[in-house]
Design a protein around this ligand. Structure first.
Ligand code: BYC
Length: 499
């Protein structure tokens, strides 16, 4: 694990760290720990996908920095204390590889109707299309996020942040490789076609968009990037953790390794927002401003007012909640019941039979114009449960941001909006619910929306802050320098060498 990871994040890191890794073979054209050279057909298929991937990266990856030397980490395997090495790399030369967590001998399917049977090493024929769909949806999000973030390098608030952006980007690229490996190895011609389609869809494209809504939104500024890596990458954590419980063992092993990389992405998000909060509080205190709503005066200091941070967070939280699908879903039930996708921490959950045939789960719904709680068959409420676990998981970082605000003596608290706020998918879609959980009419909602979600003036102000700070040790006014650099390097290290 990177030395840069903050001690406050140990729970994220510990909860998702795999136990043991296998050495990666870097002699092959495609680095791997899956003995790729023993399967010539698979190797050839992946080697013919590889140049298309690099073309996609050059076209859709970080704009303007493809020739820069970036201080990146690359996975080399072995064990959790030292699984990655650091060094300067030009991004198109990054060694994207195929890495699976080691096989657990005797592993059984942890849940659903096949619970207790040996985990599948090959695709279970009857569930082929459902399994393929889950892998494709997961795979599609990875290049999508790189596309969404491709313009951000030009306005990086420091070289440290720029490097973290590129680290996240190359690792999302590797996560795409992880899903493509599964598609090509286990799904024949169909899988190869899906692997190609993953390089053809484009985030936000009118005719050929990415599959899930949030991945077609823009990431127009660095505050969005930090919110995205805190809130949306956390959906990645939850979904990967649920897929790590899969009865299809190669998927489980892929996701277990991906989770290790995901910890750094969450760190980037949490500390990015945290450093923004820190800069705001310090500037307010220095100027003697105590009212967090004195927006005009606060913005003059070149920092982001806390109510604006809340509105940004509201947007990213609500859009990300949609990524869990409908709270009540037969797809969700099928994914669990077939054993293809578990709940968060499935194998460690105590207190039920992991089959849930007779169990119920409480789901909040809108019935006859009222918000009510209903007992729903637990199988059909699998998505709802993962969403609830996600919302609970979001709170840790928010509490830490609030602690910093409180310590600075400012009377403001960042909070999570009601689950139904600003939703487009699921139980609350089509309803208008305020952040505090009141059902309201469309007109009243529209009139208040600018207080709850970033408005035009907010976006124009954020845009005005997005100026490049590309000299070593330089940080934009709106974000505090980090407490530590990456891999024990100083905070003024030249993390990116720009031509
Ligand atoms: N937008 O029964 P439903 C990550 C579709 S993030 C558009 O409600 P289901 C990452 C759905 O596909 C993690 N469409 O839900 C983070 C279905 O369509 P079809 C990504 C949506 O199927 C940051 C229909 O509506 N991984 O890794 O139970 C950076 C009815 O579906 C949306 C996964 O998501 C939406 N928001 O659940 C980089 C895990 N929601 O099939 C990376 C794999 C639903 O009828 N995916 N629909 O045409 C899944 O487990 C499920 O596909 C979902 C949806 C949870 C996404």
């Amino acid at each position: 694990m990177s030395q840069a990871d903050d001690s406050t994040l140990v729970e994220d890191i510990e909860s998702i760290q795999s136990d043991k890794f296998v050495e990666v073979n870097y002699d092959d054209r495609i680095p791997n720990n899956v003995d790729l050279s023993s399967d010539r057909q698979l190797q050839r298929a992946l080697e013919s996908w590889q140049p298309n991937y690099v073309d996609w990266w050059k076209e859709m990856g970080p704009e303007g920095f493809q020739n820069a030397d970036v201080y990146l980490r690359t996975a080399v395997g072995v064990d959790p204390a030292g699984w990655a090495k650091f060094g300067y790399v030009k991004m198109p030369d990054y060694r994207w590889g195929i890495l699976l967590a080691p096989k657990v001998e005797g592993r059984t399917i942890p849940h659903g109707k096949h619970k207790g049977e040996p985990a599948w090493q090959e695709v279970p024929g009857e569930y082929r299309s459902l399994l393929k769909r889950l892998i494709v949806v997961q795979g599609d999000t990875e290049p999508a996020s790189v596309e969404q973030q491709r313009w951000l390098g030009a306005t990086a608030p420091s070289l440290y942040d720029m490097r973290n952006l590129f680290q996240v980007n190359v690792e999302e690229g590797r996560h795409l490789w992880a899903m493509v490996y599964l598609l090509v190895k286990y799904f024949g011609k169909d899988g190869r076609e899906e692997a190609q389609a993953l390089l053809e869809r484009r985030s936000g494209h009118q005719d050929n968009p990415r599959i899930l809504g949030a991945f077609n939104e823009k990431t127009p500024d660095w505050l969005s990037f930090f919110m995205f890596t805190y809130f949306t990458d956390r959906d990645g954590k939850m979904q990967l953790a649920a897929l790590a419980e899969s009865g299809f063992d190669p998927l489980s092993r892929s996701c277990r390794f991906m989770l290790t990389e995901e910890a750094h992405h969450l760190f980037v998000g949490e500390t990015g927002v945290g450093r923004t909060v820190e800069a705001t509080c310090a500037a307010m205190n220095k100027a003697g401003i105590t009212d967090p709503y004195d927006t005009e005066a606060i913005r003059k200091l070149g920092v982001v007012d806390l109510p604006l941070l809340q509105r940004k967070a509201n947007f990213h939280m609500s859009v990300t909640r949609d990524l869990f699908g409908s709270e009540i879903s037969s797809n969700g039930a099928d994914a669990f019941n077939t054993g293809l996708k578990g709940r968060f921490n499935e194998a460690k959950l105590e207190g039920d039979d992991h089959q849930l045939q007779d169990a119920f789960y409480k789901v909040q719904r809108v019935v006859d114009g009222q918000l009510v709680w209903e007992d729903v068959p637990a199988l059909r409420a699998i998505n709802s449960r993962l969403l609830d676990d996600y919302i609970a998981d979001c709170q840790g970082g928010i509490d830490r941001w609030n602690k910093a605000i409180e310590k600075a003596g400012i009377n403001f608290k960042i909070s999570q909006p009601h689950k139904g706020f600003n939703r487009r998918i699921g139980e609350f879609a089509g309803h208008h619910i305020s952040p505090s959980g009141e059902l309201m009419g469309a007109e009243a909602f529209a009139a208040a929306k600018g207080e709850w979600l970033p408005n035009d003036a907010d976006m124009a102000f954020i845009h005005s802050l997005m100026k490049p700070h590309h000299a070593p040790g330089q940080y934009a006014s709106w974000i505090a320098p980090p407490r530590m650099g990456i891999n024990q390097q100083p905070v003024d290290y030249e993390y990116v060498k720009i031509d």
